[in-house]
Design a protein around this ligand. Structure first.
Ligand code: FNR
Length: 374
């Protein structure tokens, strides 16, 4: 497969991420679509994630000298073409047979970082090879690849995953801490599995009516704690990022336990309803972190202006979740590359309209809260 087939493969009426989302429903089985799109319970948090971006307005600044400007950033020692990465998502093959391999190629072609899930449907080694091959083919520097870890039932298994990621050339480890008590009722279609965990026993589901739900089940005993973060810190020399932080005090604790970065996230509204939106807690967390660690945010990024809004409220970069699967389902590798290009182009226009030569120039002064008048 060439890295990027002709852009002509994209229908001319697809110009925004919303166009991909509208079409994607027709490109996968109904159960997979519901699994990807859904949120917890009444989906109030899921909807709020997006609504809050919409409620913020950007304040442009005119006549600024933008010569020599760029959207590029350096994050944890890595170069990114724009302040965005692809969020870790399980089982990309639900959206397209090429799954994570296509996403990795597209991300490498566009200089975008990719966070690969523990629950990827190709192995982490296969994904790294696809990414590096695409960079080589295009004569580009390798794009950052981060490995997202779900801690396994025992430390040796977790350590084995980290060692595999290190050996395959991953640049950072992302520990997701917000989903360990959640079990999905979704059944994977035949032929799709957690490729990294082949041969390991699958974890049991709980939920017999009248029986224990969480407390008193093995799920609680196996759930990670701060001790596990301290253990992971000494188990790898790679930069360590903790994903799923919503409280400023937890951001402080993560740094005390050795995190180099945090991802402010409610897991795209999938774990629990009634959580704060990432945007509402971001300013307080950025203040608590005070530049001691990188601050990333995800949940509801659907256009380039959303990236500018997140930066204005204190993020160094954002992660993009579901839209990568929408594009993958509709058009495979070229769809994902197109979405990354659209986001970058929309963000670049926003940064320029805000009068900022670099992403770091975007500040709180560039947003108004339309609902609260401030
Ligand atoms: C996720 N997310 C996720 N996070 C993680 O750390 N490991 C994972 O395996 C997954 N898997 C996953 C599957 C699907 C289908 C979705 C939609 C989400 C959460 C993800 O990284 C991210 O936090 C959200 O998707 C961000 O919200 P948006 O951009 O989808 O609104």
């Amino acid at each position: 497969m060439t890295v990027l087939p002709a852009l002509a493969a994209i229908p001319a009426d697809i110009v925004t991420l919303a166009d991909y989302e509208r079409r994607a429903v027709h490109h996968m089985p109904a159960a997979s679509w519901r699994h990807i799109q859904s949120g917890a319970d009444r989906e109030i948090t899921l909807a709020a994630n997006i609504a809050q971006f919409d409620a913020l307005q950007l304040l442009p600044r005119v006549l600024a000298d933008l010569s020599g400007g760029s959207t590029a950033i350096r994050l944890l020692g890595m170069d990114l073409a724009a302040p965005m990465l692809l969020a870790p998502l399980a089982y990309h093959r639900l959206a397209h047979p090429d799954g994570e391999l296509a996403v990795a190629r597209a991300a490498a072609a566009l200089g975008t970082g990719m966070v690969v899930s523990t629950l990827s449907s190709f192995t982490l080694e296969e994904i790294a090879l696809a990414s590096r091959a695409a960079s080589r083919e295009l004569g580009r520097d390798p794009a950052p690849l981060w490995f997202q870890l779900y801690l396994q039932d025992d430390r040796e298994r977790s350590a084995a995953l980290v060692r595999r990621a290190e050996a395959a050339g991953y640049d950072a480890i992302v520990l997701t801490v917000d989903a360990s008590l959640k079990r999905s009722g979704f059944t994977l279609p035949a032929g799709i599995a957690a490729a990294n965990l082949r041969g390991l026993p699958s974890r049991s589901q709980t939920g017999i009516a009248g029986g224990p739900i969480l407390f008193g089940t093995p799920l609680i005993d196996a759930a990670p704690t701060w001790d596990d973060l301290a253990w992971l810190r000494q188990a790898t020399t790679l930069p360590l990022i903790v994903k799923g932080i919503l409280a400023a005090d937890d951001a402080r604790l993560a740094i005390e336990h050795g995190a180099d970065g945090i991802i402010v996230s409610n897991h795209g509204g999938r774990v629990m309803d009634g959580l704060p939106t990432p945007l509402s807690v971001l300013p307080g967390i950025a203040e608590a972190v005070g530049g001691r660690a990188a601050v990333l945010v995800d949940g509801g990024i659907r256009q380039g202006t959303d990236i500018a809004k997140a930066l204005a409220l204190g993020a160094d970069a954002v992660l993009v979740g579901r839209p990568q699967l929408h594009a993958l389902a509709v058009a495979g590798v070229i769809g994902v590359a197109h979405v990354l290009h659209i986001l970058r182009a929309e963000y670049e226009l926003a940064q320029a309209q805000l009068g900022c030569r670099t992403p770091a120039g975007i500040s709180r002064a560039h947003v108004l809260d339309a609902q609260n008048g401030g």
